[in-house]
Each structure stands twice: as C-alpha cells, then as structure tokens.
Ligand binder design. Structure first.
Ligand code: GDP
Ligand code: IMO
Ligand code: MG
Length: 448
C-alpha cells in the first residue's frame, strides 16, 4: 500500500480526520496537499477530542511523519496554536522532528484574512484561503522558501504593502498593512519554523522508494473543488485525487487506493445550491443536525443537512475514481422512520443523472427519491459494542440491523464502489470494516 489518498466525497466534513487517524497506524507519512486552516478535522479518542486545522490527522500515531505539503496555504499563527495545544496534551514538539513544512507552501498573512472578511457571496470560512491562493496564482504570493529573499528586497516589500493596501481599499476594508508589521511577522515565521521548512516532496518521494506507506489527506470535498465543484460556491483549491500527488510533490503512479469519505446523508456549510437539502428546524433535517452535532469544526456555523445524494456521489467518483467508500455517521440516521436516497434530479421537467454545471440550474434541480425503511436509534456504547463484535467474530457488516445493511448495500449498488468501512460513532473504535478490507484492523488504544 504505497500511497493512499483520503478525500471528502461531498461538501466537506465527511469524517476525513477519523479515517486518516485509523489508517495512520500503518503509515509512516501523512501529508496535507491543499487547502489550509479552512479545514477542521476531528479525531475522537475516548474522552479526548482533537480538532486539527493544518496538522495532518496522522499526528496521533507517533511513528507517522507529518507534512504540510507544497499545495497548501498555511497560517503560521494558527499552526502555532495547534502545536501548542498538541504540546499541552502530549508534551511533544513535532516541528522539525516529524512535522515538516514545504518550502513551496504559501504563507497566509493577516492581509489575506482581512481581505477574506469582505466576502459576501460564498460564505467562506474567513481564514484568508481564497486571497492567499489568488496571490499565488498572480505570482505575487510569498512561499516559505521566499521569506529571506523577500526581506532582503526593500523595493519588493514596499510594492507589496502598497498592493495590499490598495486591494483592502477596493473591498471596503479600513485596516491597513504596515511595513514594520509585515517585516516582523515574516522574521518571526523564520525564527519559529526555520528548522521545519524543507523540500518535502523529496522526503515523501524517498520514503515511497523505500516502500513506506504514505497517506495523502484531502481537505474540503469534491463538490468544493475549484474546477469540478459547485462553482462559485467552492473553495480555492483543487481538492481532488489528481492534485493529491501533485500538491504533495510526487507523481500519481504511487497511488494504489483512493478512499472517498461520505456521510450516509449530506451536509453543507456556507452558501450554494444543495438539491437534497431538508428544512433545518424540523423533521429529518433537524434530526441529522442535532443527533449528528452538525456544527462547523472551524467556524462553529450550523451545517445545512439533507438526504444522501447518489447523483453528486457519482459525479465525485467520475473525477476521483474511488477504490472504496468510507460511509460515515450511519448511526445518526437511527431513529428515523424512513430514509431517502436521491437517485436522480428533475430539471425543468426532465430527469437527469448528473449535476448541471451552472449553479442556477443546480438550484432548480428537484431530487428524485427512493424510499427505504429506517432502523432504530442506538446509544454510542451500543454502536461501539456492535463494531467490537463485528471485529472479534469477523462478521463484517452482518452485525448491522437488517434495514441499515440494506440501505448500505443499496448505496454500494447504485455507486458501484465497494464500501470499505462504516462509521457508527465519532470514536476511533466506532467503525465497522468490510471483512478483509483496508480498514479491517484492530484499533490501537491511545491515551493522553
Ligand atoms: P472532516 O472535516 O472530514 O475531518 O470532518 P469533521 O471532523 O469536520 O466533521 C465530522 C464530524 O463527525 C466530527 O465531529 C467527527 O467526530 C464526527 N464523526 C466522524 N465519523 C462519525 C460517525 O461515524 N458517526 C458519528 N456520529 N460521528 C462521526
Ligand atoms: P474540511 O476539510 C466544509 C466551505 C466554506 C465555504 C467554501 C469556501 O473540514 O472538510 P473557503 O474558506 O475555503 O474559501 O470557503 O468552502 N469550506 C468547507 N466546508 N468543510 C471544510 O473543510 C471546508 N472548507 C471550506 O464553508 O462554503
Ligand atoms: Mg471538517
């Protein structure tokens, strides 16, 4: 299993953090290849909940090296907070020891956050992601490797400050970037992280040559991809498999597995069309939000909720070629009388089996549903006990309630993708793996 890619198959927050944590025990590298601290990846280990924004989710396995890769935009101040939280929990300082920052990654500066605060359309996370990628594409951004050269170039510093202030002005933000601040911020970044900034692509390449297992950890999800998602209501990076290796600085031939992480229903945070969306205040949409604790890990905003959408999963599979689906949060659907699977859309009187490219058309799509009987609600402990029984007796999915199993099998049949693991709770132990599949391992016990 040389390189494995883990991607969000929907609109983000599918449970990528938990999947990476589970796979990291058998991997020596976990690599973030795009995005920044717009991501919020959660790992639950007993009483401890970790919320990671930039540190790869393999951090929980002490033998796993951690890379913030070439394709990322990185907020050094948020990274420091994350590293401090990790130190408080474990007394480990991984930076420069097993955590490395790519020379090619771009720096998110306070300017980018200020500029992002003017967004009124997309409902961004406000973390400066789009503006940092804009600078990169315009070839005026600062990568980690550029900092010393930038600081030595007085004219460039002046030019940059003037550009930033003009841009803030143009979107009605009154704060200004001062030269002393920019210079002292960049000096601090070098002091704080100098020992951890490396040519990380070469490190990953070497590890793969030596037969090590590498995890490529996606952020956001297929429908938030800048090229293939629900533009313009997307993030500013390529979230897809094609960028997993590119953004890590290695070639695509290394990839053997590509796991698409999908909830057993759908959520979306931020603006944009969402065909299977349900009313939030009542009924199944409210059930999903409350039972599933559907609040953004990064911003705390309520996530919009809706039924499982096989049309979007099929488009997401077309782009990413999943070798397996990790179906998460099945437990959350327990207690609903009936479950719906969206198998097509009705668009202006025609049934279609794809997502239209324009958001105006996508907003007019009405879901076509297939109905399935529900299954009873169980407690967190009961689901964990079921997962443990499945492992100890080698039963795979046969331990699931009949209606839950038939819902899962139907998703597998409609998508044509094997489901390799089913999430039945937030905890590392609360997963039921397909027999003999890549997730069929005994969960390690980690205590802090
Ligand atoms: P990510 O961004 O894809 O890593 O996902 P988030 O961490 O933002 O959101 C997923 C949320 O669902 C987190 O609170 C997880 O702890 C939780 N979660 C993950 N898998 C499951 C599951 O199978 N069942 C339940 N109930 N919660 C889960
Ligand atoms: P993880 O990795 C869910 C959404 C924002 C907004 C749009 C653009 O935890 O799955 P941005 O700040 O990226 O410019 O915002 O994308 N978004 C996410 N939604 N999960 C995420 O990350 C997201 N990262 C960005 O809500 O709609
Ligand atoms: Mg998240």
């Amino acid at each position: 299993m040389p390189a494995s890619v883990v991607l969000g198959a929907q609109w983000g927050d599918e449970g990528k953090g938990k999947a990476i944590d589970q796979l990291a025990a058998d991997s020596t590298w976990a690599v973030r290849f795009q995005g920044g601290n717009n991501a919020g990846h959660t790992i639950v280990l007993g009483d401890t909940t970790l919320k990671l924004h930039q540190i790869p989710s393999g951090v929980t396995s002490p033998n796993c090296n951690l890379i913030l890769g070439d394709g990322m935009v990185i907020d050094p101040w948020v990274l420091e907070e994350e590293l401090d939280r990790w130190y408080a929990l474990t007394k480990e300082r991984p930076e420069g020891e097993r955590l490395f920052i790519s020379e090619r990654a771009s720096v998110i500066l306070p300017f980018h956050r200020l500029y992002d605060s003017a967004d009124k359309v997309v409902g961004t996370t406000g973390r400066g992601i789009g503006p940092a990628y804009r600078d990169r594409i315009e070839r005026v951004g600062i990568r980690f490797v550029d900092i010393p050269y930038f600081l030595d170039d007085e004219a460039k510093v002046k030019e940059t400050i003037s550009r930033m202030n003009k841009q803030l002005d143009s979107v009605g933000v009154s704060e200004r970037v001062e030269k002393e601040d920019l210079v002292s911020h960049l000096r601090w970044i070098l002091e704080r992280y100098g020992g951890a900034i490396r040519q990380t692509g070469r490190m990953i390449h070497r590890a793969l040559e030596e037969g090590e297992n590498v995890l490529l950890e996606g952020a956001q999800g297929a429908m938030l991809d800048i090229d293939q998602g629900t533009y313009p209501f997307v993030t500013s990076s390529v979230t897809s498999r094609a960028n997993a290796t590119h953004g890590a600085g290695i070639h695509p031939g290394h990839v053997e597995n590509c796991f698409g992480i999908s909830k057993a229903y759908t959520t979306r945070v931020g603006n944009g069309p969402f065909p299977t969306e349900l009313p939030y205040e009542e009924g199944p949409g409210n059930h999903m939000a409350m039972v599933g604790h559907e609040f953004g890990t990064t911003t705390g905003r309520p996530r919009r909720t809706g039924w499982m959408d096989m049309v979007s999963l099929s488009d997401s599979h077309r782009v990413n070629g999943y070798t397996g689906i990790v179906l998460t949060k099945l437990d959350v659907l327990g207690g609903l009388d009936e479950l719906m699977l969206c198998t097509g859309y009705e668009l202006d009187g025609q049934t279609v089996d794809y997502m239209p490219t324009s958001c105006e058309e996508l907003a007019r799509c009405k879901p076509v549903y297939e109905r399935h009987p529900g299954f009873p609600a169980l407690s967190e402990e009961e689901w964990i006990a079921m997962a443990e029984l499945s492992r100890s007796e080698g039963q795979g999915y046969e331990v699931l309630p009949e209606e839950a199993l038939s819902y899962v099998r139907r998703i597998e049949q409609l998508s044509g993708i094997p489901i390799v693991s089913i999430g039945v709770g937030p905890d590392r132990r609360a997963s039921i793996a397909s027999r003999g599949g890549p997730f069929d391992t005994e969960p390690e016990v980690t205590t802090f």
